[in-house]
Design a protein around this ligand. Structure first.
Ligand code: M6R
Length: 610
């Protein structure tokens, strides 16, 4: 959950590293550092805090000058954020940056300490640096052999950028589990944890696979397998452009990404619709295959899991197949009852979430078919799944997920229509009708973005002093409330919970006071009366109620304090437009509270550790 970069070329390396790291700060931002060959010496600059703090520090202390080096932005796992725990870390004649977790670092540390090594930091990374130093002494002048020997000893996940004192202007990289790409430009090359870091320099890159090692020098890039044997790899081209990784005039990535949702949905669903029907054949999904699945599990974390919750309602309603939604970290340890003939759907924006990846591997081991719904191209989950539907949201930089969630929903719907058709639960005409409603979603969202910005700002103003609040809803509104609540708490730091509205009176209603605002979601006509009764129950106990309701619903004015109207579509589809005001409320509340919207405290975009 850190970001690593590396550069070899002709530009000012410190500047390239800092600029590339700004695109990876979403992966971690509690400290940053770089190491650059400066007059053939490895010079390190690092500091606790944001990348901006490092830049300031280098203004005073001087920045390393050179054309090759490595860099890091950190999300602390082992050892608190501090100067000394910041990367890079060094061993004898070797300096590294690391993203991942070394699970056997304690054993390795003991081994190295017994050999006389002295450690400065609390990190697992320094153990790798010292181990590389140890093997380099055994293989002097042989960096590749040193890396080959070292990674044999490592357990866990890592993407490493490595420089050896004896080999100025050469950068090595190696990965296991944690993502890493190698960018190829004209007379320059790069390593990075994610594509946006290199987009301003090149779109061409290699995807490093498990235990592959890259060597970058003035002659270009060479890639080797875990035994040091040279490999020929396919050069890929990123289809994301630079603008996708820039704010483009918006104050924050989050609000930019909220506005990108209509186009993200279009780009995701349009290529998967032919003759008005879902067409997932290019994702290896056909009607014959779909017909055979007995039960479905949806496994994911955070927002992606919430998309799965909506998916459950939609799939069960349309296809009449039982769907269980699991949090990946629970699924992987609960000995799930799945077997051949079951389908496990893994949803993930990053495609690198450690628990989701482990859950998918478990599902495969148990004989289930796996379908990944993933945004990041070439990510581990995407590569290992049996079937794959890419969402085309483009890079999502804000830590709080918005456009990735919307396209996950869109794919859930498309999949549900296809499955319902395959199972004979709907006919082609109905499937076409549903598909065409889905195609209307971008314009509904555009309407909300035109009409509700001020209204949601007003609502956020009412929330900024709250210490705690509740989101309530029934059915699909409850599934959506979960996401609304997560969005608000992760960026506003206001405690909030989502609750099934009908469940309130079984305990939670005792929390209601005038100081506990309630955001009630009511978009389902069949459940409206029931939800309104629950709203009145909390209103009667003094709660300030903010109602998110379909625009044609008639609700007594005394049942709520503020209302946000959501343009009408069929009940089943309402979570898609209704998600937008919930995102906006979270966004404005965070802005009004003066928080760092795109980089909320303690979080990182891609959770590659358990
Ligand atoms: O990359 P993934 O979709 O697998 O990530 C899952 C969660 O970590 C992620 O959705 C997280 O909950 C976000 N901070 C939500 O905004």
């Amino acid at each position: 959950m850190c970001g690593i970069v590396g550069y070899v070329g002709y530009r000012d390396c410190s500047e390239v590293l800092v600029s590339a790291l700004t695109k990876l700060e979403y992966r971690g931002y509690d400290s940053a550092g770089i190491a650059v060959f400066d007059n053939n010496e490895i010079k390190v600059a690092k500091s606790k805090g944001r990348l901006a703090d490092l830049v300031e520090k280098m203004k005073t202390d001087g920045k390393p000058e050179g054309v090759a080096g490595i860099g890091h932005t950190r999300w602390a796992t082992h050892g608190e954020p501090s100067d000394v725990n910041s990367h890079p870390h060094s061993g004898a004649k070797v300096t590294i940056v690391h993203n991942g977790i070394i699970e056997n670092y304690k054993e390795l540390k003991k081994f190295l300490t017994d050999k006389g090594a002295k450690f400065l930091s609390d990190t697992d990374t320094e153990v790798v640096a010292k181990l590389l130093g140890y093997y380099y002494k055994l293989n002097p002048g042989k960096p590749l052999d040193t890396i080959v020997e070292t990674i044999k000893e490592l357990e866990g996940s890592f993407a490493l950028g490595v420089v050896f004192q004896d080999f100025p202007d050469v950068v090595y990289a190696v990965r296991r589990e944690s993502p890493l790409i190698v960018g190829v430009g004209k007379n320059e090359s790069f390593i990075a944890s994610d594509v946006p870091a290199i987009l301003q320099y090149t779109k061409d890159y290699y995807l490093l696979e498990h235990d592959e090692i890259a060597k970058l020098d003035c002659n270009g890039v060479e890639i080797f397998d875990e035994h040091g044997k040279k490999l020929e790899k396919e050069l890929l081209t990123a289809d994301w452009d630079m603008d996708a990784a820039e704010k483009g005039g918006y104050p924050h990535f989050m609000i930019k990404e909220i506005h990108e949702q209509p186009s993200s949905i279009k780009t995701t669903i349009t290529p998967r619709i032919s003759n008005g029907l879902p067409d997932l054949k290019e994702c290896s999904i056909d009607l014959e295959k779909l017909r055979k699945f007995k039960q479905i599990f949806i496994v994911a974390c955070g927002t992606a899991m919430h998309a799965g919750m909506v998916g459950k309602y939609v799939i069960e309603k349309l296809a009449r197949v039982s769907v269980t939604v699991d949090i990946a970290s629970e699924f992987r340890y609960r000995e799930p009852l799945i077997s051949k003939g079951d389908l496990v759907i893994i949803i993930s924006q990053s495609g690198e979430t450690a628990d989701s990846l482990a859950a998918m591997r478990l599902a495969k081991k148990l004989g289930a078919s796996t379908l990944a719904i993933v945004n990041a191209k070439g990510s581990s989950i995407a590569r290992e799944a049996d079937m794959l539907i890419y969402t085309h949201a483009g890079p999502e930089i804000a830590v709080a997920s918005t456009k990735a969630y919307i396209v996950q929903l869109a794919v859930m719907y498309l999949f549900a229509f296809d499955l319902a058709l395959a199972k004979g639960m709907i006919d082609e005409a109905e499937c076409k009708r549903l598909t065409s409603i889905l195609q209307d979603m971008p314009s509904l969202i555009e309407t909300i973005l035109e009409t509700e910005l001020e209204n949601t700002q007003y609502v956020s103003n009412q929330l900024i002093t709250a210490e705690s609040l509740l989101y309530i809803g029934r059915g699909l509104d409850y599934a959506l409330s979960m996401e609304g609540s997560l969005k608000l708490k992760e960026i506003s730091y206001i405690h909030s919970e989502s609750y099934a509205a009908g469940e309130l009176k079984h305990g939670t209603i005792s929390l209601i006071t005038k100081d506990m605002p309630v955001i009630a979601v009511a978009t389902q006509s069949a459940l409206l009366d029931k939800t309104v009764s629950n709203i009145k129950e909390v209103k009667a106990r003094g709660a300030k109620v903010i109602l998110i309701a379909r625009d044609d619903f008639n609700v007594d004015e005394d049942a709520y304090d503020y209302i946000v109207r959501v343009p009408k579509t069929e009940d089943l589809f309402m979570p898609i437009p209704a998600a937008v005001p919930l995102q906006l409320i979270a966004y404005y509340t965070s802005v009004l509270r003066g928080n760092d919207v795109d980089k909320p405290r303690n979080l990182a975009k891609s959770v590659t550790v358990e």
